[in-house]
Design a protein around this ligand. Structure first.
Ligand code: AKB
Length: 306
């Protein structure tokens, strides 16, 4: 696993533990590995280092790669050169090394950020006018093409999901546009007011992390012959705006108050779809989400308050 210390890594490890022994999992990241359990073998890896990546794949006899290392939307706009380098060159390194060394299967997440302002806003299908405007979206969109390229050129089994905003009470996100949702619930659980950096009516597709992880493994385990797409599968459980989320939180924390002070992330949010057509994932590999917004908020608040 690359990028193991990020928002998704720790949660995906819980899912992988259901399938593999911790002795068989190698976690890597450029930093933050001290946060991860010592049950796993840990290796410091900058995915831009092709030689080291190849050395690890060979020496550890890596069969599967979960390539999570990525610079997300908001941080990517602060440092576009870094986002290009990590997201494009790092991802190309993983694909080229996997193809060359015969890795059995690679999972690379994509994002709703691959869509741009001209795309259909509601029930957006997989194949739709894209033209992303953030460096994150541009690099992830290109990564989807690279996945198709290595599938056709080298028969590399590479799969991916376009994650919507992911909510978790375990790892606070720090670099994306959808992060407000997690932050809002954390504030509510602590009895604090919240100032939101998106407008009250900025609707985005979202999903609870356990659902995202279960579906990641569902796609990972699906027979290759059923997959009509490589990295492009849309998934989301529901869509909401900051105003709607605040209202739903008030069922559990009635005194919760939110102020709105939109910043540059509002423009990113406006360029993304409000809701996605997820029917291709349902058809090809059985995509389904368990948690409603209400169940997610209840679970997050009760765990945060513990
Ligand atoms: C972000 O906001 O950048 C991410 C994403 C939607 O991919 N959470």
């Amino acid at each position: 696993m690359t990028g193991s210390a990020g928002q998704v890594g720790g949660e995906l490890l819980l899912e992988l533990e259901k399938k593999f022994s911790s002795n068989d999992i190698v976690v890597s990241d450029i930093n933050g590995l001290d946060k991860i359990s010592d049950d796993y073998e840990k290796i410091i890896l900058d995915v831009r280092n092709y030689d080291l990546l190849k050395q690890i794949i060979k020496e550890k006899d890596i069969k599967y790669i979960f390539h999570l290392a990525s610079i997300l939307s908001a941080k990517g706009e602060e440092n576009p050169k870094l986002a290009f380098d990590v997201n494009m060159n790092g991802t190309h390194n993983v694909l080229a090394a996997s193809a060359e060394l015969g890795v059995d299967k690679v999972f690379i997440p994509s994002t709703i950020g691959v869509f741009g302002p001209e795309a259909q806003k509601d029930n957006t299908p997989i194949l739709n006018s894209s033209r992303p405007r953030t460096m994150y979206g541009i690099s992830k969109f290109t990564a989807e093409y690279l996945m198709q390229y290595y599938f056709e050129r080298s028969h590399l089994d590479v799969r991916g999901i376009r994650y919507p905003g992911l909510l978790s009470y375990k790892t606070p996100p720090t670099a994306g546009t959808t992060d407000y949702a997690v932050d809002m619930i954390i504030h509510a659980a602590r009895g604090m007011d919240y100032t939101c950096y998106l407008k009250e009516d900025a609707v985005l597709p979202m999903m609870y992390m356990p659902d995202a992880m279960e579906n990641t493994m569902r796609l990972f385990d699906a027979p290759l012959k059923n997959l009509r797409y490589r990295g492009e599968y849309n998934i989301s459980a529901f869509s909401f705006s900051p105003g709607e989320l605040a209202e739903a939180i008030r069922e559990f924390v009635p005194a919760f108050k939110v102020k709105y002070k939109p910043d540059s992330r509002q423009k990113i949010a406006e360029s993304w779809p409000r809701s996605l057509d997820c029917s291709d994932g349902v058809k090809d590999w059985g995509f389904k989400a368990r948690f409603t917004i209400r169940e997610m908020i209840r679970d997050m608040i009760s765990n945060l308050q513990k």
